[in-house]
Design a protein around this ligand. Sequence first.
Ligand code: EPZ
Length: 416
Amino acid sequence: MDFFVIDGGRPLRGAVRVSGSKNAALPILISTLLTDDECAIHNVPELRDIRTTVRLLELMGKRVSYARGTAVVAAKARLKTRAPYDLVKQMRASVLVAGPLLARFHRAQVALPGGCTIGVRPIDIHLEAFKRLGAKVSTEHGDVVLSCDRLSPGAVRFRFPSVGATENLMMAAAGIRGTTVLRNAAREPEIEDLGIFLTRMGARVTGAGTSTVTVEGTSRLHGAEHWVIPDRVEAGTFLLAAAATRGDVRLVGAKPAHLEALLEAVRRSGAVVTELPEGLRVRAPKRPRPVDVRTEPHPGFPTDLQAPWMAYMALADGKSKVREAVFENRFLHAAELGRMGARIRTGGERAVIEGVPELLGAPIMASDIRAGAALVVAALAAKGQTVIQRVYHIDRGYERLEKKLRALGAQIRRAH
Ligand code: EPZ
């Protein structure tokens, strides 16, 4: 198994190009199940989760060519309507096949994803919403089976703005004739990008990116071409790595409008963030001031940046607090950061971080994508050598991470 060896304590300097967004690319690739026509998706990052999605599409009967950031998806065989457990357990986003399949074939069978390290993560919000549109839901041998005579457009109000449920329902609604209105929808930029793609396929999606999404669907969606938005979580991770190492980094392609809550917190910590025509620049000449954050659905502070933020605050000049209000178990990085000398107490959804003047390299282990990213941020800032095990978690979400960091002057290598 691969691991990273990082010799820390060097400020990151230079420019890095932000990759395409993983969490936008996943639903967009999956929505190609809504048509037999060819779709071309560009700016798709080279990542483990993307390869899992390509495998899933192939298994379901699509032909996919994926090279140099472009995925071309076309029909090959009659589509299957079942997403099997071995893929769903690798990547929970597989559950998004339900929407397109239900719209097109009136049936979808998806292995129940089960929990994962960051929380229980049920799919009840997805299922309730499908029921509102007329689907029946049952479970068979660990699979959830959705079926209907015909899915009907209608009005859905989510009890919580779930990203996945919003995407699943948008895809289903795009593939059926009539108008569906989704209320209390998630407002993440990735939802907006999916709305643009579905509109390019022939649906009419308005309000994506706001809490009310209206989808005028059609049973005749066609092929489309699309460029995926830049990855705001990758951009935010690099930004925090630059700030934690007291560096000076330009993030080429970063969209400030996608990162407002983070930028506000980073500025309050004393780092200088400037908007450039090509993206963002962050400079952090001094030790950060402590700043409290609470994660929330977009446009609040993103849960996906909570762990890297904590690594940054571990070095702050004072005490700060983090409240994780989206996932119930997303503090696994705290104990690993503790091995590097961070002083973090966690309880329930709260963490208190007593900043220390420096972190020290140590052998540590990634537990999920973003916890892994936090350990990389800490290791880059720490004195001495850190070895991070279970890098495969990080590979799910960060394209060529070590190459990009090396180009900014980091000493990081992958070994196995
Ligand atoms: C998406 O997950 C992202 N994944 C996650 O990114 C991200 O952390 C999350 O949104 C929140 O921003 C993708 O886009 C592929 P949710 P998703 O449904 O859709 C609860 C990363 O690191 N919930 O908004 O699964 C759930 O348990 C990943 O890139 C229900 O209770 O997130 C969680 O506590 C990790 N019932 C909260 O809502 C449901 O039916 C938010 O989940 C659905 C969700």
